[in-house]
Structures are given as C-alpha cells and as structure tokens.
Design a protein around this ligand. Structure first.
Ligand SMILES: C[S@@+](CC[C@H](N)C(=O)[O-])C[C@H]1O[C@@H](n2cnc3c(N)ncnc32)[C@H](O)[C@@H]1O
Length: 287
C-alpha cells in the first residue's frame, strides 16, 4: 500500500495554484445552463483539518492558502469564498480539497464522480461528501477510471487528475493514460497537476505527453526561487490543461497573480506544450 497523504501538504502554494485553476474552469462550465460532470480521479479526502498533527508538521499552508485569505483580487474571489465558507471566523483551520471545491462550485444537478484508492482517505471522503446529491464516490484505481469513464454521457465536463506520483513510472504512465482517454474523448477538458521536484519527473511527463497525439495542451507553472519547506523539496507546481476553454491570457493573469502573492520569489510561466521543442538527445523539453 502506498503511503502518500495529502494532509501533510494541504493548502500549500501548489494547492492554491491547482485549485484556483480548477475553480476558473468550473466557472466557465457553469456559464452555460446545460448540466456537466466532473471526474476527480485522485480525489483525496475532501476536507483537510489544518490543526491536525499531520498538517501542522510543516504548516505548508502558511506559505500557501494563508497568504490569500485577505486577497482583494477579483481573480481569486471564487477561491476565497469557498475557503472562507469552511473558515467562517477568518482564521484558516480547514482546507477544502478538489472534490469538495468541485461540489461547492457545481449546481445540484451537475454530477460529480470522485475516485480515491486509499482506504483511510476514502473513509474521510465519505464523511465529507457521502450525502451530497449527484455525487458518486468510488474506491478504485483513478488511472483506470480516467480511461474507462470518458466520454461523459453529458459530453460536457472536466476530468481532474491529481496523482501522488509515488511510483517513478507514474509520470510516463500518466501520459499514456491521457493519450488513451483523449482518443476516446478528444474534446474533453482535462486538468492535470504535477510537482516540480529535483528528480525532474515532470519533464518526463511533459516530454511523453508532447510525443502523444494529444493536442491543445496549455501549461501553467510556478517555480519558487527556494522551496519554502526544505523537507519536501518541491520547487514548483505545474498545471496542464488539455482543451482549455479560454485563451492563454486568462491563465497568464491567474498564474502571475498567484506567483506575485507568495512570500518567496516565484516565477510564473504559461505556454502551449505543442509549441515546445524536444531536445532529441536528452528528450527534455527546452523551456
Ligand atoms: C495529491 S493527492 C490528491 C489531492 C486532492 N486532489 C485534493 O485536491 O484534495 C493524491 C491522492 O491520490 C490517491 N491515490 C494514489 N494512487 C491512486 C490511484 N491509483 N487511484 C486513485 N487514487 C490514488 C492518494 O491516496 C491521494 O489521496
């Protein structure tokens, strides 16, 4: 059994990055009256208690979500209203994860499917979302669901893929699964998050994805000058959107804004993966 537990990292700068983009995508989907579906393939536990022993070990939220609690920027208004709903007194005590954020943003008639394989996380997810309307929780393999459950019957919606990358091969396998899912649903919107770590696994992922048939891939990255938590050594956060429903400027503005509010120097970068070059010798994308 793999041991990753997101609660150690809940609310960190990468969560702000991925969840702000998630919210922007959901807002766009809600712009039309037709119902839609969200499939969250690696849902986590839904709600994270930031006073827990795990979350307070490194207090990663102090250099992430906590820096946005009084952010007046309209770009972050939806993000803040959801985080504040779970923290009505103003102090950040509970952090909503992707599954809870999705349910909060969706209309009761929109359908949410959350997949989480870890038994402990799944139990918590059931507590957080077990009684919500039009919400299905499945304890199974998220990568299998990614391929098997598309396209959605509604033909509208979003697939969120936020793996824990505990196995080295997961980066390349993910590109293969995305290729299979995209072949079944080339019009689908997919949001994928990746960490930027010393081992550079994300470059393998981007290179492998660049070498598939998948088209229209926009990437947003935030790189930190120095990782705030030495132990985790994550120096950046990346978000891939396949078939983004808006132009590059939209993601540019959001990425730049988030980077500008972080307490350490951070470098935002947004690009189309399709336009990047592959170095034939190293296989690495020249960024
Ligand atoms: C980065 S966390 C997800 C965080 C979540 N998306 C959020 O925003 O709150 C990754 C999750 O994937 C789960 N997981 C790992 N391998 C999985 C698999 N093959 N299928 C489904 N879930 C898996 C882990 O237990 C963990 O909860």
């Amino acid at each position: 059994m793999l041991s990753y537990q997101h609660i150690y990292h809940a609310g960190n700068f990468a969560d702000v990055h991925k969840h702000a983009v998630l919210i922007r995508l959901l807002k766009t989907l809600k712009g039309k009256p037709a119902g839609f579906q969200v499939l969250d393939t690696h849902a986590g536990r839904g709600l994270y208690d930031l006073s827990s022993e795990e979350a307070t070990r490194n207090r990663e939220f102090d250099t992430g979500a906590a820096c946005f609690m009084d952010d007046p920027a309209p770009l972050m208004a939806d993000y803040l209203s959801i985080v504040r709903k779970f923290n009505p007194e103003g102090e950040l005590k509970v952090y909503p994860g992707s599954a809870v954020i999705a349910r909060e943003m969706m209309r009761p008639s929109d359908r949410l499917i959350c997949v989480e394989r870890h038994p402990g996380e799944f139990l918590e997810l059931q507590k957080a979302l077990g009684n919500e309307p039009n919400t299905k929780l499945l304890q199974e393999d998220g990568f299998k669901a990614l391929v098997d459950m598309v396209p959605f019957p509604e033909r509208r919606g979003l697939v969120v893929v936020d793996p824990s990358y505990e196995i080295k091969t997961e980066y390349v396998d993910l590109a293969r699964h995305l290729q299979q899912a995209w072949k079944k649903w080339p019009q689908g919107i997919f949001l994928i998050w990746y960490p930027m770590l010393e081992a550079q696994g994300h470059r393998q992922f981007l290179t492998a994805l660049r070498n598939t048939d998948v088209k229209d891939v926009m990437v947003s990255e935030i790189r930190l000058h120095e990782p705030p938590q030495e132990k985790f050594r994550m120096y950046g956060s990346g978000v891939v959107i396949i078939n983004p429903p808006w132009p590059q400027d939209t993601l540019d503005a959001l990425t730049r804004h988030i980077a500008s509010r972080l307490p350490v120097k951070a470098f935002p970068d947004v690009f189309w993966l399709d336009n990047q070059q592959i170095n034939p010798e190293t296989g690495v994308i020249k960024l």
